[in-house]
Design a binder for this molecule. Sequence first.
Ligand code: BTN
Length: 253
Amino acid sequence: MALSVDELQQYLQSREFRYYESVDSSNDLAAEWLKSGAPSGSVIVADEQRKGRGRLGRIWYTPPNVALALSVITYPDAQAANRMSMLGAISVAELCDAVGIADVGIKWPNDVLIQGKKVCGVLPEAVWEDGKLLGVILGMGVNIRVSFGDELNQTATNIETEAGKKVNRSQLVGILLERVDYWLARLNSDEFLAAWQNRLITLGKSVTATEQNGRQISGIAESVDRDGALLIRTEDGELERVVAGDVTLRREL
Ligand code: BTN
């Protein structure tokens, strides 16, 4: 069954939200709403998303009735804006905790993994006007009971599979947004950094990072900095800083 305004209202209470049964991308609708002055924390919720955007130019399709696709309107200060991706990952990880899933980790920068499989995607997008940052849309897609093909089955998972029970998607939207609120109020805190870092499964591992421009850096993922960049110690002893991209774990020889 599709989500409904009435049920979402029950869990979102006084929060401003707009619900759509089917959209191209919830991030686009949220960006328009942000430009017309939506309050912080307002959210676009979609049941189906036909042309959702993923990281690094990928497509993220959300089939009807089986997932969450939502975009939260936020107004972080410019220095904190690049922490929104970490915030999304922590919030989804804590949503997984809340439904009783154990061992929920984050693969740098923001993939939430359960037993090595990805359960959600996070895509923050900044909204600019005349060179000024107006705000950031925090887009999150969570797999609840999606049927994956054979190939995706190896790398993706669902909340219901991992929790071993049925869940109420509207209730999950409420829990997720409560976690987003909590961390938005603490974006510059040590607690925030620790919450993200403590979940990172990437640290200490032998990795190859691929930056957006295609440059690859291999070495040991040594640490992260306050902006969420990954610091990789290469074989020749240099410390390389990767701001955005993807990491894959390298097989130990
Ligand atoms: C990823 O590639 O891992 C990120 C995927 C992000 C998908 C979400 S779904 C809601 C929001 N709207 C979009 O168009 N994308 C994000």
